[in-house]
Design a protein around this ligand. Structure first.
Ligand SMILES: [Zn+2]
Ligand SMILES: [Zn+2]
Length: 486
């Protein structure tokens, strides 16, 4: 669900050794030299990158001489010491959702009429993307890499190919703290204009990705007629980030053999992009997270370097309707909400806590489990998707499935949302079910824990018209231009 600028990643093709360049978010890439399609595996933890310096050691003399001349007017400079440092930066990204529930803001005239305070709910969503130092010391005068995305080229960090010249500054800001800091930075931007006094809120960072980028620096101490100085130089752009003009400064750095443990996971892998069952090439879609084999119709998901089969179904469209159908994917789960000793596990219990969309036969609904349907296609309208998931959970559509051998000609759209993100989305959907004024619902749905079982993928038929995709069972319409088709 990323919406912002991406860094470029450079790597060597494991098949032919040719240089490949691709967007950071891609999960399938192709080598332009030998044509191999490769699946990037084992990216579930913190992915580590390094940035190669563009200012080389032999460029330093000229660069420093120019800086010193500009600052002091003296033209002879002698380098006393130069060190190559790699400074780690956290890069935190994800969608932040904030549900706020509380008393409504009332206008002056309403207040004058003695209107009673009403409850209001407000959902805010924003894309979070920021970088900051993953270390506390030393202060090298660089606090973010954000604005440099277009010029930075990343390489996967691998302990075996580690640049031996450089000292790596020790990471001492843990990833949990980094994520919290990211959320806190966002909160201010997600204030509600409707809710006066927030009494309850739910903040979720969905699809969070934390990566560590080692950024290259030079620390140079130099002498010039009647003075000496120490400079910290951005080894990519050549800017002086920090300088001590009154003598040589010792820049203390904590570094060490901590590197391999920092992420807790092995390096990123390049896997052959073939169906593990029948050996056919899988369809090449760089941003899809589920890959459906065109030959044997099995669906695959990459998990820690292996392709694992995923259960899926495609829902049969109504026979009578003569439409052109597009099939959009949803993650489905059976859900249970647990709050202290209270378990909400069937539709009757859930519908009692929310605003039912129709007359409810509670006896019949007590037989039905709670099913979540979380849109898994790529879309720009996040609140819209939440709305759709909200409708579908209250009104589980009855449906029959197309047998696999008939799937050949069907237009199954790509799955963009990983299962883990769908699980996080479901928590936002639960919060959206709370009727603002209902105290018990606030307690149970607002504070309860959501357990999800039986994950599965389902492709739902949508009637294609000039401007919309209209879901066949609920009638929910999506603007065509809000859905990114792949
Ligand atoms: Zn190649
Ligand atoms: Zn296959």
């Amino acid at each position: 669900m990323s919406e912002t600028q991406q860094f470029q990643v450079a790597a060597d093709c494991p098949q032919c050794g040719g240089g490949i360049e691709f967007e950071e978010e891609a999960s399938v890439i192709r080598c332009n030299y030998c044509g191999s399609a490769l699946l990037l595996g084992n990216r579930q933890g913190v992915v580590r990158y390094t940035v190669e310096p563009r200012i080389r050691v032999e460029d330093l003399n000229r660069l420093v001489t120019r800086v010193i001349y500009k600052q002091t007017g003296r033209s002879i400079t002698r380098l006393l010491e130069q060190r190559s440092l790699k400074a780690p930066f956290w890069r935190i990204r994800g969608n932040v959702f904030r549900w706020i529930l509380g008393r409504r803001k009332t206008s002056g005239s309403e207040a004058a009429l003695g209107a009673t305070a009403q409850y209001e709910k407000d959902l805010k969503a924003r894309w979070l993307d920021f970088t900051f130092p993953a270390y506390q010391k030393p202060d090298v005068g660089l606090y973010s890499l954000g604005v440099r995305a277009s010029v930075i080229q990343l390489r996967y960090f691998s302990p075996s190919s580690r640049d031996h010249e450089a000292e790596f500054i020790k990471v001492d800001v843990p990833v949990k703290q980094a994520l919290l800091r990211g959320l806190r930075a966002m909160r201010a931007g997600l204030a509600s204009s409707k809710v006066k006094q927030p009494e309850m809120e739910r903040i979720e960072l969905i699809g969070e990705r934390a990566s560590l980028i080692y950024f290259p620096l030079w620390v140079v101490s130099c002498a010039y007629p009647r003075g000496s100085a120490t400079l910290i130089i951005d080894a990519l752009g050549g800017d002086v980030l920090k300088a001590w003009w009154d003598g040589v400064e010792k820049v203390q750095v904590h570094s060490g053999a901590w590197l391999d443990k920092a992420a807790g996971l092995g390096p990123v892998q390049f896997l052959p992009f073939r169906c593990p069952e029948c050996g056919w090439d899988l369809p090449f879609h760089p941003y899809n997270t589920i890959h459906v084999c065109r030959n044997c119709h099995r669906a695959w998901n990459e998990n820690h370097g292996r392709l694992v089969e995923v259960d899926y179904f495609a829902v049969d469209p109504p026979k009578a309707a003569k439409h052109k159908w597009a099939f959009l994917p949803f993650w489905t789960f059976r859900g249970v909400i647990v709050h202290r000793n209270h378990r909400v596990e069937n539709m009757a219990q859930l519908l009692r806590l929310t605003v039912p969309p129709r007359v409810v036969d509670f006896q019949a609904e007590a037989q039905n489990p709670i099913r979540f349907f979380i849109p898994a296609f790529k879309s720009r309208g996040l609140s819209h998707l939440n709305r759709m998931a909200h409708i579908l959970v209250l009104r589980t559509p009855s449906r029959s499935y197309i047998p696999r051998h008939r799937l050949e000609e069907k237009n199954l759209m790509g799955v963009y949302l990983p299962q883990e993100e769908a699980r996080q989305m479901a928590r936002i959907v639960v919060f959206s079910l709370i009727p603002a004024g209902n105290r018990q619902a606030r307690q149970v749905l607002g504070r309860g824990k959501l357990e999800l079982y039986e994950p599965c993928l389902e492709w739902f038929p949508f009637a294609v018209s000039k401007h919309n995709y209209t879901e066949a069972l609920s009638g929910f319409a999506l603007a065509r231009n809000s859905v990114e088709v792949s």
